[in-house]
Design a protein around this ligand. Sequence first.
Ligand SMILES: O=C(O)[C@H]1NCC[C@@H]1O
Length: 347
Amino acid sequence: MAEKSTLSDSKSPPFVIKTVEMHTGGEPVRIITEGYPKIQGKTILEKRAYVRDNLDVFRKRLMWEPRGHYDMYGALLVEPDDKNADIGVLFMDNKGYSSMCGHASIGLGRYVVDKGIVAATSPQTELVIQCPTGPVKMWVDYQDGRSGRVRFHSVPAFVFALDQEVDVPDYGRVKVDIAYGGAFYAFLPDSSLGLDLRTAPVQAVRTAATAVTEAVKKAVPLRHPEHPDLAFFYGTIITDGRDEYDPTPTVQTSVFGDASVDRSPCGSGTTARVAVLHRRGQIEPSKARQFASGPTGSVMTGRPVRETKWGEFDAVIVEVAGNAYYTGTAESTVEPDDPLKNGFLVK
Ligand SMILES: O=C(O)[C@H]1NCC[C@@H]1O
């Protein structure tokens, strides 16, 4: 990387990182477009490990305050090593680097088309994004020179455990379903935590979901069909318990990373939840279900498309769709003598 764009602590100006800012259903997507140091590694998982082990200060500077905020989310474009992919992406949040992110992928779908990284075709443009979890195929609506709604098929989603019992301090013994939708999530209804998603303050949901996450992490060793690096537990999604098909949205709040609250319905979580609903016979390919975010009410749709296998797991390809919008651009800078230049979080 050119000296000029390093975020180094050396004397003068030089640090400038450019970003395009979007949101999907209210959840921020900070797309890093210029100024990141060179990322080493052949495979996308090697690149993810490289940024985690060598460049984490850049994540903190862009995700944390004062340039970001507690619940900020970012996407870093990288060279794909999958020859069928149009771009590669690493995801970042307040804690680290996830393996798949639906809301960010929806934003990226538009960005890739609008930037001309993939030539736009009407009525929709097809593209593939290589995520750490694997390839995500996308269709971006494109009409009259404008990109719009985005649909994606992530890697096969699978149920890891149904009705897994865990002891959650302060909440008691609860049953969770655990599923993979590009990342591992636990699901449980609000009623089993003594909450009502429609009225509970977001802080109460954040606290309860985080307690479940900690309990599941302690109690349940995960297995990923291909990579031990992907066998990490990402978050807990509290639902309104309305699992049986209904044309009105079912509400869910996803709490992931370091107790970050998703403003969107959570695309990877929706993928995982559809796998659970499919396993329980509660959703059909012909009837997409609407999933609404607890904090904002924004909606994504999800439906199972076809059954498949991934390693030892019965799996399903899930289609999720949603809308992302641009909110601006930014150039982030650092002054070497700023005592808070590396970012901070106020909890
Ligand atoms: O849409 C998603 O998949 C996510 N949103 C923030 C955390 C998850 O990755």
